[in-house]
Design a protein around this ligand. Structure first.
Ligand code: AMP
Ligand code: MG
Length: 420
């Protein structure tokens, strides 16, 4: 049996960053840039107005005040998207809208509120300026956001909504990103039935394939359902076949010491076992290895294979601890760790046999501190204990437990790890 930390090290040693693909920017949300992005344009493209008002020559407004307005002749109006053909000469102004380019001759903008426009009828022929306008006032400079030629986003950046927006602002419709892994999922067990069938005696519905597929999607990979295998090697092998060109394979069930637990034998025969059993609770029977598969081009490849325990909580916890970081590494992510908080526990947690214990808790913030409460019975078959939780409280291997009032580290499941 190996430790959680050692197991994660082994997993990460056996996965590599996938190759790049090109995609439309919106479908690349959550993916990692495989190229540097430079700008060929200035953003904004021209000096433009930050306000609705009048473009003026600042010198014309020297000494202007509410008592002594400077009267200027209005020679044009310019809206965003248009360019005025007129030049602001001495004693004149051009009415200008937010985003419109600053006309020739003007070096500042005065807001409507700082003119007497509201006292005049319609679009006035003259305007009184009520304040002194500083040179450059209310002007957004060409290139102040992004200068032409500059590096805007570098290779390795994970694309969030703001990066997708920045790419669009550059007129960039497609980018090269690290491709999303395809993760095949196979449930095992004679008792497992598809959710579209009606239940008969002794059977249960396949929840694992769905919780795992949802996690795979959440972290940006692509689930591929292989269905349900019976508890024998032939059935397992034939169902696995469709997963042999995937980038990762997850099975659930059949990894313990029961009479019908055949996953390890099949993995040993069709690839190799890297480790079996981790000093953790839940999820101890986890097996990890490499399965011999084939890439689309027909080349032999090694597919990271996780034989997750069948208990629904164990399967999900082991996904979060091991498969999730492996997927993120394949996607080119640098930060593979979930955020943690230090929380005061409100219930006791036991650790009877020196494993690292992950207990489902609901963390709430009260008076500036975090408090963690157990989400009811913690059996690894009780999937609703996950549904009620937003985190996993961690009791270290070397601690016999914690009592109410102690501080524990909680891995926050609901918080993503997108800060890199
Ligand atoms: P196993 O690891 O195969 O011994 O399974 C452990 C427990 O998890 C058993 O009670 C199984 O019925 C249950 N289980 C296994 N696979 C699934 C699944 N796909 N969905 C829901 N429960 C499962
Ligand atoms: Mg089973």
């Amino acid at each position: 049996m190996i430790s959680v930390d050692h197991a994660l090290e082994k997993v990460l040693e056996h996965v590599a960053v996938l190759e790049a693909e090109e995609g439309p920017i919106l479908s690349c949300l959550g993916q990692v840039l495989a190229e540097d992005i430079f700008s060929s344009i200035n953003i904004p493209p021209l000096d433009n107005s930050a306000m609705d008002g009048y473009a003026v020559r600042s010198a014309d407004t020297l000494g202007a005040s509410h008592k002594l307005p400077r009267i200027l002749r209005v020679i044009d109006t310019v809206a965003a998207g248009a360019v005025s053909q007129s030049e602001v000469g001495p004693g004149t102004a051009i009415r200008i809208m937010t985003g419109a380019p600053i006309p020739e001759g003007a070096d500042g903008v005065v807001r409507f509120e700082d003119t007497d426009e509201s006292e005049r009828q319609g679009i006035p022929a003259e305007i009184g300026v009520l304040i002194e306008v500083a040179p450059g006032a209310e002007i957004r400079r060409a290139g102040e956001d992004i200068a032409a030629g500059s590096l805007v986003l570098s290779q390795g950046t994970a694309l969030r909504a703001s990066e997708v927006g920045v790419l669009a602002s550059l007129g960039c419709s497609k980018v090269k990103v690290v491709r999303r892994p395809v993760v095949a999922i196979l449930a095992t067990g004679d008792e497992i039935m598809d959710i579209t069938q009606s239940l008969s005696g002794g059977k249960i519905y396949n929840s694992n394939s769905y919780s795992l597929a949802a996690l795979i999607q959440r972290y940006g990979a692509v689930p591929k359902m292989l269905g349900i295998a019976l508890d024998n090697e032939d059935s397992l092998l034939s169902k696995l076949r469709r997963g042999l060109n995937a980038d990762m394979v997850l099975t659930s069930g059949g990894v313990s010491l029961g009479d019908y637990d055949v996953v390890r034998e099949v993995l040993a025969r069709e690839g190799k076992i890297v480790f079996w059993r981790v000093r953790e609770k839940p999820g101890k029977p986890l097996v990890f290895g490499l399965l011999k598969g084939r890439s689309k081009g027909g080349r032999v490849k090694s597919i990271p294979f996780f034989g997750l325990a069948g208990n629904p909580v164990s399967a999900m916890v082991n996904f979060e601890l091991f498969a999730r970081p492996a997927i993120l590494k394949m996607m080119g992510r640098k930060n593979l760790t979930k955020p943690t908080v230090q929380a005061v526990v409100e219930d006791a947690i036991e650790n009877t046999d020196g494993r690292r214990v992950f207990t489902r808790v609901m963390v709430a913030k009260r008076g500036g501190g975090y408090f963690a409460r157990l989400t009811g019975p913690q059996g690894s078959g009780i999937l609703t204990s996950m549904a009620l939780a937003n985190g996993l409280a961690i009791v270290p291997e070397d601690k016999p437990g914690v009592k109410p009032g102690d501080v524990v580290e909680v891995m926050m499941l609901d918080w993503s790890e997108e800060v890199e």
